[in-house]
Design a protein around this ligand. Sequence first.
Ligand code: DGL
Length: 266
Amino acid sequence: MNNRPIGIFDSGVGGLTVAHAIKQILPGESLVYFGDTAHLPYGDKSEEAIKYYSGKITEFLLGHDSKVVLVACNSASASAFDSLKKEFGPGTILIDVIDPVVNYIGSRDLRKIGVIGTKRTISSGTYDKKIRERSPGTSVISMATPLLVPMIEEGFIFDDISNAIIRTYLSCQEFAGIEALVLGCTHYPIIRNQISKFFNFNVEVIDSSRTVSQILRETLEKNNLLNDTGKVKDQFFISDYTPYFEKIAKMFFEGEINLKKADIWN
Ligand code: DGL
């Protein structure tokens, strides 16, 4: 049964940064990915809406025989993770993208850090609360950066527009003196280099994809679920077709991808 896939979801291309990191660490695993492009961006949606979307998608991924479901979206991890755990029960292995980062920060001795994310993630206060509990000596400055997801989804990545938006957000006074910046949105690793460059590479940029992939590997090992069959087949589903999703997915997964539209809302 170990050749069952790892289910993974996000509102769009963001979760592909996590999917890509999983493939680096666990090349023998199959993925079933769901990008909810019909409801993008999640960052502007209500908690109730995100809970509903996340529940339906998790059902879909489990229906595709996922052995683990990875919530590769901070907005959904912040708003819906607890309700998913309740709804799907202890028999379902669920992993979010926030707790692994909070634990990583706890293993470091940082005085002041910044967190950027969507309006939903930042207004939920999840990062602030969890980091304060785990690392009481670390001061946390959080900021919503809502233009970054539409900017990335529209393909503005290495140009004057993206540079101006990144600079405007990150030059805020409150971020002066931060030692690390948490990319609290899985879309942001796509512009990670520009963010590092803005800080002249003097600030550690923490993105969840690697940390989460390591937690996933440990979880699979612990539960004896590593795929040892040598058979790998990745599937990608989106709720609305966008050429940009296909382009980015091909960029991350080099070449042809098996992309299908799935209508799971009716
Ligand atoms: N990539 C997602 C996140 O980590 C969702 C962004 C959005 O759709 O607003 O929050």
